[in-house]
Design a protein. Structure first.
Length: 327
């Protein structure tokens, strides 16, 4: 900028500046961040899984395992043991954080996965009390009151409880989700909709029977991608959109929490045993008012499982992956 000319504004520049500022006017549904409060509550229940709720599963002796004719003999084996062979592996969250307009995190630690001790082993499923959790984000409105930005409730997926006791892994479902305001800025002229990515991580620290200390290890991750969620309750699709999210299974899975080796008093004596499975949960939330989708799909050993067959996965790769990743 040359001296003496910095105050000169031509009509074209003036209208351009005016257009930019008008076009960037914020909607009342966005920038809801004053006095922000993030609350997370764990839902713990007793008798989530009881031995009476399971059918018997007969594991044949080694000598009797083999072939019958040309096919494997599954006689007497529960259908729940059939492997889900049509799964694929996918990386969900993009590392390009600059594409997101707002980020925040929830977290809780010093939680117990089981409601009782065990004298069996570190992965004894008896007494699982974790049933899910609820997230709530609130903020202060212009009148000084408190408004709710969003609520989300996640629950333990018990539709295939055999997966929990056979493989020591569990999955989550979205019980309920409602969005009212965004932390990200929403342009007044734009659609009143928001994209949100949830990354849920379970961690634990424990000691094994050999005295080894395992510190802050990740047990598993879950991902939920919300796209084009309406913010305006007057939107004709508002209620149907959120109703359609209910019961959705999250991408990913997690190992049950290992119990730490320790001691307990029994009959007046100290005896070895296993604890209640101390763990923590952290949730990273990312918001964006624009259509920003995952731009990276990797087939790798991330233990992030999605319900997609080989053909579906290949179609996804062909349509979403840049050429640089395909070659």
């Amino acid at each position: 900028m040359y001296p003496g000319n910095y105050l000169r504004v031509t009509p074209i520049v003036f209208f351009t500046i005016a257009f930019i500022f008008c076009g960037c006017a914020a909607s009342r549904f966005g920038s809801a961040l004053a006095g922000e409060k993030l609350t997370m509550k764990i839902d713990e229940r007793k008798d989530i899984l009881t031995i009476k709720s399971f059918k018997n599963q007969d594991a044949p002796a080694f000598e009797t395992r083999g072939l019958t004719g040309r096919g494997l003999d599954f006689t007497g084996v529960s259908n729940n043991l059939v492997s889900m062979a049509t799964q694929a592996i996918k990386s969900i969250i993009s590392n390009e954080q600059k594409k997101y307009s707002a980020e925040y995190q929830f977290g809780l630690s010093d939680l117990y996965f089981y409601d009782q001790l065990s004298d069996v082993n570190a992965l004894d499923p008896t007494g699982i009390q974790f049933f899910g959790f609820t997230l709530v984000r609130t903020f202060k409105n212009q009148q000084g009151g408190t408004d709710t930005a969003f609520t989300a409730t996640f629950e333990l997926d018990t539709t295939n409880a055999f997966e929990i006791i056979n493989n020591s892994t569990f999955r989550l479902r979205l019980k309920d989700f409602h969005l009212f305001y965004a932390k990200a800025k929403i342009a007044e002229a734009a659609e009143k909709k928001l994209n949100m990515d949830f990354e849920i991580t379970f961690t634990t620290s424990y000691a094994d029977e050999k005295g080894s200390l395992i510190n802050n290890v990740t047990l598993g991750k879950f991902f939920l991608l919300i796209r084009q969620a309406p913010l305006d309750p007057t939107d004709k699709n508002y209620n149907s959109y959120y109703k359609g999210l209910q019961g959705q299974r999250l991408t990913g899975k997690c190992f049950v929490v290992p119990r730490s080796f320790g001691w307990h008093k029994e009959d007046g004596m100290l005896k070895p045993g296993f604890g209640q499975g101390a763990y923590g949960i952290s949730i990273a939330v990312k918001e964006n008012s624009k259509d920003v989708f995952t731009n990276k799909i990797l087939i790798e050993n991330t233990n992030i499982i999605i319900d997609a067959g080989r053909n579906q996965l290949q179609n996804t790769i062909n349509t979403r992956l840049p050429k640089a990743f395909k070659n």
